[in-house]
Each structure stands twice: as C-alpha cells, then as structure tokens.
Ligand binder design. Structure first.
Ligand SMILES: *[C@@H]1O[C@H](CO)[C@@H](O)[C@H](O)[C@H]1NC(C)=O
Ligand SMILES: *[C@@H]1O[C@H](CO)[C@@H](O)[C@H](O)[C@H]1NC(C)=O
Ligand SMILES: *[C@@H]1O[C@H](CO)[C@@H](O)[C@H](O)[C@H]1NC(C)=O
Length: 462
C-alpha cells in the first residue's frame, strides 16, 4: 500500500515539476501599459527603429497645389494675412477663389507609388513617413469621418496612404504615418479652442476616429504625430490612444511613435524624441531621437518658387546624416512631391547621392551604435560609430598630407585599419606626440570610393 502511495506521490511530484516547467516556458503575460506617461514612457523602443537610421519624409497634400511659399500656405494667407500671400492670390487666381478650390487640382495624376518606393529604396532609406493629414485637414486616405476633404472624394480620387504603403512594403521598407492632431480651420477645433480646450468635440469627432482608422487600416510601423502644440495631452487624449496602441492595436509590438502628443510633451514623453524640427544636439542625448529636416530648407511641401540657394548640397546632407547617427539619432530627410505626384529631379538627385554614399559606407551607419567618443576635430572632423568589434571613423575632408591623425582610439599591436569601399589594409603608426597616424592611400580623386566623407574601419582598438 505504501508503495502505491509513494508511486502516486512520485507521479504527483513529476506532474508538478512538469507543470511548473510549462509555466516557465510559456511566454509571460504581455505587459499592459496604463494611460499615463510614466507607464507609456517605460515601453522599450522596438529595435527596428534604432537599426534603420535613415528614413525619407514626404510632405504631400493640397498645399502642393498653390505650391508657393511653404506648406503653411493657407495659414499665411488667411490667418496671418501676409501681404505676399494675399498678392500671390490676387495676381494668380480669380476673386473669391478659396483654399478649398485647390482641392480638385490636387490630381496626383502621375503618381506611381512603385517609382517613389524604388527611389526611396535606392536612397538607402529603411523607412518612409508620409503626411496622411497636415494642419490643413485634408486626408490622403478615405477617412470615414471626412466627407468632402479627403483624397477619395476630392482631387486624386485615390487612397494615397494605402497605395504608397503597399509599394513601400513590397520593398521591405517600414511605413510611417505623419498625422497632425490639430486642423487650423476645422469648425469643431475652433469651437474647442474658443472653449479654452475644456471641450473635446473635435477630438471625439475627428482626431481619435481618424487615428484609430489609420492604425487599423494601414498598420503603420511608425506614427509621426504633430500639430499638438496648442493644447495639453489631456485635451488630445493622447495617453489613452497610446495605451491602446501599445496594448491592443494590431501593431502593438512593432509600432514606434515620436514625442508630439500635447503641449510640453516634445523632448519629454512618447517614444523617440524629435524635440523641435531640425533638432541638432551637439553631444550624445540620453534618449533615442530623430532629426527631421528638408532638402529644401525653406519648405517641407513642394513650392514652385524654390531656388538652388535653399537646397542642401549632397555634402551637407551626408554630413548631417553622419553627425546624427554618431550622436545616436535617426535621420529623416524630407522631400515634397508636386500636386501631380512627381518628385523634382533635384530631390531625386539628393536622395540618390545618399544612397550611393550608403552603398559604400552603410556598414558604419545601419545598426551601428554610438562609440564612447562621438567626434573629434583637428585638420578634419571625424565622426565615430561602432558595431560589433569595429569602430568606424568617418572623416569629412581629405588631409593634404594624406595622414589622418586620430586622438581617441587606443591602438594595440593587433590594430588593423581599412577604408570602406577599398581593398587592403592601410598602414598606421602610433606616435607618442601625435597619436594614431593613418596613412591614406595616394589615390587620384577619381579612384576614391566616394567623393567626400570616407570611412575608416578600425579593428582591435579601444
Ligand atoms: C478621452 O478619454 C477618456 C478616458 O479614457 C474617455 O472617457 C473620453 O471619452 C475620451 N474622449 C474622447 C473625445 O475620445
Ligand atoms: C507648458 O510649459 C509652459 C512653460 O513652462 C507652461 O506655461 C504651460 O502651462 C505648460 N503647459 C502644460 C499643458 O503643461
Ligand atoms: C593635429 O594633427 C596634426 C597632424 O597630424 C598633429 O601634428 C597635431 O598634433 C594634431 N593636433 C591635435 C590638437 O590633435
């Protein structure tokens, strides 16, 4: 009898062990976030974003029709009443022509999403962010809560958000959706504003239904929020939306968001930080960040009055990318397509220049990490990144004497130096006074792997 009992006891014990092993092997219950910043800010940033490093930003909307001044055309014209804008309308459009009259002219007639996606891929971008709705309120998708101010009913009669998303994903790029919380002239927004943002008519009728619709319909990898600055996050209900996004949405595991979710959120709350537009820190920030900037420094949207003087050069763009990545940021470079859906050749050229540079030097950029030193400056500026056991030093100007002098890396007898895009090791010496001296190959400019910003790969340095 005791034998049987102990047998059963043994079986019971075995069962218990099995069960506890199963409990350990089972994935732990997913973490739930609560709608407050303390909880939401504790969510780890999905890894893909930091590894991506480079994205293309696209500002496209009804503002691409007047295509003059900037994408803030409507505001400058009818809220600020800037004379140059009033004159532009007087001189070019019949009396009584309203901003809404631009809508039908937003045709997107030559918009071939696959051509855009091919260009962005050739630029070396790993993600693309499209304006689904700018402050003018026009939605580039058939929003269920817009009846006459969306791209299905007016203008293109197409779902621009959906079409670009499909093309971008076919090429394995991540897809981000820019969305403006506010709409300058929406009657319900103006009503809430008049009420000191104590009412939420606009948020309930427009902002929230559209944000949920965007997520459910297009499953974005990134939500690039904007237009938050006039009212607090409590007005926007941002934390409730983000808790849903992180807990229950179809993109809860992979989605990344920025920091523009209400007054004073920027640079403090959300996912990664944009801080202000064109944010350029000069030392390593503690929190993941992204620099967004525009090839045309005077506008995000396409403007017909663009001149070469405001267009960033290839070198400026590439230097900014390098600096941003060395300081732990992602670089989001903007272009504005025309109302027909064409991308100006100057924008194509700039994007392709980045792609050409990344073809050679991408090893130092994608999935890299900031090194213990971010940069040093002597004859030339040198920006550092690191990956696995390598340290990458990208220098911006080729020294006349053909010798690069680096102070920060400590060499060992096993140190090896190569230049990305070139065969063979470079010779180096360790000098008591001058530090680590690397002899660059004596090459004519035509034989160099890239025209500017060359990357040295250092192995076995500390
Ligand atoms: C905002 O969130 C609160 C709390 O979750 C909810 O009761 C309210 O209905 C929401 N308001 C809007 C306009 O979505
Ligand atoms: C944001 O910061 C400003 C300046 O510190 C302050 O006046 C304002 O009340 C803050 N707004 C909110 C919503 O916290
Ligand atoms: C700068 O580089 C030159 C040439 O390699 C070297 O002689 C000099 O010591 C360096 N200066 C500093 C401050 O590192």
């Amino acid at each position: 009898m005791w034998e049987l009992k102990s047998r059963w006891r043994a079986v019971g014990l075995g069962l218990l062990l099995l069960l506890s092993a199963a409990a350990q092997a089972a994935p732990s219950a997913p973490r739930r976030y609560t709608p407050d910043w303390q909880s939401l800010d504790s969510r780890p940033l999905p890894r893909w974003f930091d590894e991506a490093k480079f994205g293309v930003f696209v500002h496209w909307g009804v503002f691409s029709v007047p295509a003059w001044g900037s994408e803030w055309f409507w505001w400058h014209w009818q809220s600020e009443r800037i004379p140059a804008y009033e004159n532009f309308m007087k001189e070019n459009y019949p009396p009584g022509f309203s901003y809404a009259d631009f809508g039908p002219q937003f045709t997107a007639r030559f918009f071939h999403p696959d051509q855009w996606a091919a260009l962005f891929q050739a630029a070396g971008a790993k993600y693309v962010v499209l304006t689904t709705k700018h402050h003018e309120g026009f939605t580039n998708w058939p929003s269920p809560v817009s009846w006459n101010w969306n791209s299905k009913d007016v203008g293109p009669h197409r779902d621009l958000v959906g079409e670009l998303g499909a093309a971008v994903r076919k090429r394995n790029l991540r897809y981000g959706l820019y969305h403006s919380l506010l709409e300058w002239f929406h009657p319900l927004y103006l009503l809430d504003k008049k009420n000191g943002f104590k009412t939420q008519y606009f948020v309930g009728a427009k902002t929230m239904p559209e944000l949920y619709d965007l997520v459910n319909s297009y499953k974005p990898d990134l939500i690039w929020s904007d237009g938050d600055w006039e009212s607090p996050d409590t007005y926007w209900n941002s934390t409730a939306f983000l808790a849903w996004l992180y807990n229950d949405s179809p993109v809860k595991d992979e989605v990344v968001v920025n920091d523009r979710w209400g007054q004073n959120c920027s640079c403090h709350h959300g996912g990664y930080y944009n801080c202000e537009d064109k944010y350029t820190p000069h030392s390593l920030p503690k929190h993941k960040w992204e620099m967004c900037t525009s090839v045309d420094s005077a506008s995000w949207g396409y403007r017909r009055d663009m001149t070469l003087s405001t267009i960033a050069s290839e070198q400026e763009i590439i230097e900014e990318l390098i600096q941003t990545v060395s300081l732990g940021g992602n670089y989001l470079l903007n272009i504005g397509p025309t109302k027909d859906g064409l991308i100006d050749p100057i924008f194509q050229e700039r994007l392709l220049a980045v792609g050409k540079w990344l073809q050679i030097n991408g090893e130092a950029i994608y999935a890299s990490h900031p090194w213990r030193v971010q940069f040093e400056k002597n004859i030339t500026v040198v920006w550092y990144t690191s990956k696995d056991s390598a340290v990458y030093a990208t220098f911006l100007y080729w020294p006349e004497n053909g010798i690069i002098n680096l102070k920060s890396p400590q060499t060992t007898s096993a140190t090896k130096v190569t230049m990305l895009g070139m065969e063979g090791y470079l010779t180096w010496t360790q000098d008591l006074q001058d530090g680590f001296l690397i002899s660059l190959p004596p090459l004519p400019p035509t034989a160099l792997p890239v025209e500017f910003a060359w990357t040295l790969k250092l192995i076995n340095v500390k």
